[in-house]
Design a protein around this ligand. Structure first.
Ligand code: ADP
Length: 334
């Protein structure tokens, strides 16, 4: 399922950094977030003070890392990158915090996966630019306060709801990133094609955009696969037919559903009569981790109006039955 996985893997990261917009003005879509952010940054620059901490929430591949880099670039400050899973002990975080320079931007990806002791250290650091280093163990342990340079934290999470409230409340600005619409993805694709030196007619861009699940990372990836196909099987020009033939070959269907999405939907319809069924039961039925189904497949299926979340579990909508060419049982919708 590599092709439409929203995570970047292996050498993809090198291609991605070449395609990343470097300044806010180049960043496509997310109009509201862009405007709010530009105000936050502008006013910080005028006051010559680091801006409030920024939390970005949204599905993988929507541009959170890119925006963090842009924030640092717009402030003219260096950026330090780390991630929640890398911060297993408070000491891992202390090592980073104590070496930050004034005004530096610290990006913590997957901040909801940080270990508890590191998280507690971060509260104090965010609020007072101070950490307490605990020396020794048991009754003789002492906390030595250590001042750290004022910095800006940029946190990214796939869902703001995953963060404990005390952490969430310490961010001055929360940016909710939405999926991109087809026109915005066409813009992303045209920009990438230009940077990669590819010829991309509008009809080709449109065909790729509508199968990209609202996600720039996936759009860029599909573009590269379609390019391969166009170069080998056609004359290099990405027409609508070439794009569509290439994507059919890679099992990305006309609505952007891939094999996992169709497996989840298929199981929901065939094995559970359209639901309601719990997420973990559904995950077992398709042989995946519940988290993969919840983070990767479900948000897109919900957004496409194919499944709905209810208090009793996941249910298929009428469109789901149509999409898979099936007829719902007579009692399916009450
Ligand atoms: P996230 O951190 O949310 O997983 P990234 O910031 O790594 O996502 O973005 C993935 C890729 O998508 C980047 O390489 C970038 O080229 C592209 N991208 C994301 N958002 C945009 C955007 N608004 N405009 C143009 N390209 C974008």
């Amino acid at each position: 399922r590599d092709l439409v996985s929203p995570d970047a893997e292996g050498d993809e990261q090198a291609v991605e950094s070449a395609l990343r917009p470097k300044r806010l003005g180049e960043f496509i879509g997310q109009g509201r977030v862009r405007e709010q952010l530009s105000l936050v940054l502008e006013s910080a620059l005028r006051r010559s003070r680091p801006p409030d901490h920024v939390l970005m929430s949204g599905s993988p591949g929507l541009g959170k890392t890119t925006l963090a880099m842009i924030i640092a670039a717009e402030l003219g400050m260096p950026l330090r990158l780390t991630s929640g899973p890398a911060l297993e002990r408070a000491g891992d975080l202390a090592a980073i915090l104590s070496t930050l320079s004034e005004g530096e931007v610290l990006f913590i990806d997957e901040i909801h996966r940080m270990a508890r002791p590191a998280e507690e250290m971060l509260y104090l650091a965010m609020e007072d630019f101070r950490v307490d280093i605990v020396v020794g163990k048991g009754p003789g342990a002492t906390a030595i306060p250590l001042e750290i340079a004022p910095f800006t934290l940029v946190g990214a999470t796939t869902r703001a709801g995953l963060l404990p409230a005390p952490l969430r409340d310490r961010f001055g600005f929360v940016a909710h990133m939405d999926f991109y619409d087809v026109a915005e993805l066409e813009q992303v694709l045209r920009r990438s094609a230009r940077l990669l030196g590819l010829e991309l007619p509008d009809e080709g861009a449109h065909e790729i955009a509508r199968r990209s699940r609202g996600t720039p990372r996936i759009a860029n990836r599909l573009l590269r696969r379609v390019r391969d196909f166009a170069e080998v099987r056609a004359d290099g020009v990405i027409t609508r037919d070439t794009a569509s033939a290439a994507l059919n070959l890679y099992e990305v269907d006309a609505e952007g559903l891939d094999r996992l999405d169709r497996a989840v939907l298929g199981a929901l319809l065939r094995k559970f009569g359209g639901g309601p069924v719990g997420l973990s039961t559904l995950a077992v039925a398709v042989g995946e981790e519940p988290e993969t189904v919840e983070v990767v497949a479900e948000p897109f299926l919900v957004r496409q109006g194919l499944i709905a979340r209810t208090p009793r579990g996941r249910v298929a909508t009428a469109s789901a039955w149509t999409h898979l060419g099936m007829v719902p049982p007579p009692d399916a919708f009450g």
